[in-house]
Ligand binder design. Structure first.
Ligand code: SPV
Ligand code: MG
Length: 431
């Protein structure tokens, strides 16, 4: 009996998948490769069901003879192991990033005389609705909120980048690259106090209040599904923080990072050039403990950010605070530095990891930007946040276009710098 292989990623079976199975049955025994969660998060945003449940779902489908776990997006593992006579796939993978997977499958099949069968991709209203429903489900608070913890298990380093609006959220949501057969995308969004304030033309001194920050988060949530890490500044008064934890949790935010400063907060990148006061270990620990007590789900994370290196209080102080805040209940530690040289960040991570192999470490490499995610991973870092790069990329572009229009008394000269609106709106989903 001949074998026919196809890969599935879905947790919502629709007409298109059933059609593939029906076609496959005509050629022989049908084997489905279920992409593992670890592999799937590199390319796809739709996983509302863990791999074990997806495997069971596929097993129950009429016409499916076997389901195997697939760890390699390029299908090298499954095709080399099972050497199917046929691979069947919808013809939609001829275009876009998936075409490299197609090329690789064709190459693998040619090595032993296997054949590729492509069936027309099913597009109808029911299929579109089913796909849309899957995205909408993932945007619901109960799915979005827990996703950060899950990603911490699945990814060697969770990478987050700043979003401060619906549009920047869409860039984080949809930017996907392929390099040498490896796919990559951002895992999460950072709602930075600096960028959120700057976008409103305000200084980063906790002037943009929580209602306004929630408004920004809501704009982002309306159009995305990826988990959100909020820059919660100092967390404010403990009496207020506990209410805000509840609100954030209800909205579906995954984590809030609060920094151990008090009084008028200024941005850390100013360091000791401006007056800033670090909170006492006792006060800040009490704030964390109160926040942890207030939260209602297991999913939500409160991460303590330590400003000792920024405020030049030394490594011992940073470490003492890290262990104290962890003991107070913090779900992670963010260590910050404004030095270009990463030595002090690495030293902190190594010393912290010696005594604590579990608590996630978060870094924001704005100044120490030469360090790669792989190097951070070696020092035990779990979350890397690119905190302001999208805004810093957009601002000079907008400024130079504004100046050029003033110089030329018309817009023709800047045209080459502008993206046609029809390209921009490809990001925007229509219902
Ligand atoms: C932010 O993005 O607002 C931060 C990180 O708090 S930093 O600007 O480096 O302080
Ligand atoms: Mg900030």
């Amino acid at each position: 009996m001949k074998t026919v292989f196809t890969s599935f990623t879905t947790d919502n079976i629709h007409e298109g998948h059933l059609n593939i199975i029906r076609e496959a049955q005509k050629y022989g025994k049908v084997i489905i490769g279920a992409l593992s969660d670890r592999t799937l998060v590199r390319i796809n945003r739709y996983t509302t069901m863990p791999q074990e449940e997806r495997i069971n779902l596929y097993r129950q489908l009429r016409g499916v003879d076997d389901v195997v776990l697939q760890e390699d997006l390029m299908s090298n593992d499954v095709i080399k192991r099972y050497r199917p006579d046929y691979v069947i796939h919808g013809d939609n993978w001829k275009i876009g990033v998936e075409s490299v997977i197609r090329d690789n499958v064709i190459q693998l099949l040619s090595e032993y005389g296997g054949q590729l069968i492509e069936v027309p991709y099913t597009v109808n209203d029911a299929v579109k609705k089913a796909d849309q429903r899957m995205i909408e489900r993932l945007a619901m608070p109960e799915y979005r909120r827990k996703r950060l913890k899950r990603l911490l298990e699945l990814r060697p380093v969770v990478k987050a980048i700043e979003a401060h609006s619906g549009l920047t959220g869409l860039i984080v949501e949809k930017t996907l690259i392929e390099r040498n057969g490896e796919f990559d995308q951002f895992d999460a969004m950072w709602v930075s106090s600096l960028c959120d304030s700057t976008d409103k033309g305000k200084p980063d001194i906790e002037l943009v209040d929580i209602s306004s920050r929630l408004r920004t988060i809501d704009d982002i949530m309306e159009v995305t599904t990826k988990p959100i890490i909020l820059d919660g500044d100092t967390g404010g008064l403990t009496e207020h923080f506990v209410y805000n934890v509840r609100t954030l949790e209800r909205m579906g935010v995954s984590a809030v990072i609060i920094e151990d400063k008090t009084g008028l907060k200024k941005n850390s990148l100013f360091g000791t050039e401006v007056q800033q006061t670090q909170d006492s270990i006792e006060n800040f620990s009490a704030k964390i403990a109160a926040g942890k007590k207030a939260q209602l789900t297991e999913d939500f994370m409160i991460i303590a950010r330590i400003e000792s290196l920024i405020l030049e209080q030394g490594m011992e102080d940073a470490l003492l605070r890290a262990f104290s805040f962890r003991d107070a209940g913090a779900d992670g530690i963010m260590i910050h530095s404004r030095k270009k040289d990463p030595t002090e960040i690495f030293e902190f991570c190594d010393k912290f990891r010696k005594k604590d192999s579990n608590t996630p470490i978060v870094v924001v490499p704005t100044s120490f930007n030469s360090v790669t995610e792989e190097e951070f991973e070696k020092h035990g870092v779990n979350i890397v946040i690119y905190a302001n790069q999208l805004m810093r990329a957009a601002f000079p572009a907008m400024k130079s276009v504004a100046e050029e229009i003033l110089r030329c008394h018309r817009a023709q000269e800047v045209d080459a710098q502008l993206m046609p609106f029809k390209d921009i709106i490809t990001l925007i989903d229509e219902l």
